[in-house]
Design a binder for this molecule. Structure first.
Ligand SMILES: Cc1cc2nc3c(=O)[nH]c(=O)nc-3n(C[C@H](O)[C@H](O)[C@H](O)COP(=O)(O)O)c2cc1C
Length: 374
């Protein structure tokens, strides 16, 4: 019983992440919401994020494009122009007024794009000129153009500048998006990268671009303001690796080279079905053990699993995506053991400034009373 109580409270205990004092461990995972018209963050995002902000809570903003060529989805925000930086500022301020920390996720989609999203209708760029195999989703990504080795420093520089801009907009730090089949993974994973130059072949070569991005961003804003998201086990967008443990371990070792590198945020392998129930497979332990900084786990967590992994020391923090999307007061609901709103998948990526965005209800006092007495 005592152990259960301890576990139940684990997500709600304070934690010091580098220079940042967190009051609990329930993190808002980065969530693309496609409501930044013309790639400019909008005032409605101030409401959306501040609804999810708590004193001492950590929010990671949706994936934010580092350049015009980084785009691949409708109405996603950027942080490469002055106008975008100015538009982020009041959103960041609104989050800070609630006492939360706010990190900007820096994103380049690479070949997960079409010519329509690219400047002058050009081909999206990637490590490769191989197109993503069309699946039954109906989305056909364009055939990419393979970046020449001499062009890569410019893309690294886009990440560096975006990090600078994010900090100028007031963000407390940045999270490099190194997950889910986007540009960094298109280099890192041997299922996508078929290059024979210094950016392909060996594990070290395939990780070179990602490591250069990490080094550049750290050099610009300081290791204590930088995290990264990685998903070595996933195979999204034709990005799979034949040895994900070696890949994840190598990347973690590169992060450790920067004293004070803030956090490593990793996405769990796909859920396994065990005895008819979906189960998190907890495949991230080798990386957790190897990494010197704060370790964030994500992917399929609920209250019970989150409390368990924090209590067990498997993760320092747990990021919640869909549950936090649908429950703006998720940490409070977890504290009370209150019921959760269900998420509506059909409005995840629609463009309405309210519906499915800022209209998920908060727990009202009536519910709170019944949760407390349950
Ligand atoms: C609507 C939606 C948008 C997402 N956008 C992003 C994103 O911008 N960046 C990212 O790294 N992951 C993104 N993800 C993945 C989530 O951050 C998270 O890892 C995933 O939903 C699994 O966690 P969950 O089971 O708690 O939802 C998105 C997921 C959803 C449902």
């Amino acid at each position: 019983m005592a152990h259960q109580e301890e576990e139940a409270a684990a997500l709600l205990t304070p934690y010091k992440m580098g220079r940042f004092e967190l009051s609990h461990r329930v993190v808002l995972a980065p969530l693309t919401r496609c409501r930044s018209y013309g790639n400019v963050p909008q005032p409605h995002a101030a409401l959306y994020y501040s609804q999810r902000a708590t004193r001492g809570g950590l929010l990671v903003a949706e994936a934010t494009c580092v350049s015009a060529t980084a785009r691949g989805y409708p109405e996603t925000p950027g942080v490469w122009t002055r106008e975008q930086v100015e538009a982020w500022r009041p959103i960041v301020d609104a989050v800070h007024r609630k006492g939360a920390l706010f990190f900007c996720q820096l994103w380049h989609v690479g070949r997960v794009s079409t010519n329509e999203y690219q400047p002058n209708g050009q081909a999206p760029v990637s490590s490769t000129d191989r197109q993503i195999t069309p699946d039954d989703s109906g989305i056909v990504y364009s055939k990419p153009r393979r970046l020449g080795a001499e062009e890569i420093p410019r893309v690294v520089d886009d990440f560096r500048r975006a990090a600078r801009n994010a900090v100028e907009a007031g963000f407390d730090g940045v999270e490099i998006h190194g997950a889910h089949g986007y540009l960094l993974e298109q280099f890192m994973k041997d299922g996508a990268n078929a290059r024979a130059d210094r950016y392909g072949g060996s594990l070290e070569n395939r990780c070179r671009f990602a490591v250069e991005v990490v080094d550049a961003v750290v050099g610009e804003v300081g290791a204590g303001r930088v995290g990264i998201r990685l998903s070595p086990f996933l195979d999204y967008m034709d990005c799979s690796d034949s040895d994900p443990v070696a890949l994840g371990a190598y990347m973690v070792q590169q992060l450790n080279k920067h004293p004070g590198f803030l956090y490593c945020h990793m996405v769990e392998p796909r859920m396994a079905i065990v005895e008819g129930r979906r189960r998190i497979t907890h495949g991230l332990l080798p990386f957790r053990k190897l990494f010197n900084g704060t370790f964030i786990a994500a992917g399929g967590y609920d209250r019970e699993e989150g409390n368990k992994v924090v209590a067990d020391g498997y993760a320092d923090l747990v990021a919640y995506g869909r549950l936090f999307l649908a429950n703006p007061d998720l940490p409070r609901r977890f504290a009370l053991g209150a019921p959760l709103n269900k998420y509506d998948r059909s409005t995840f990526y629609t463009q309405d400034p309210v519906v499915g965005y800022t209209d998920y209800p908060f727990l009202d006092e009536k519910d709170e009373d019944s949760a407390a007495s349950a």
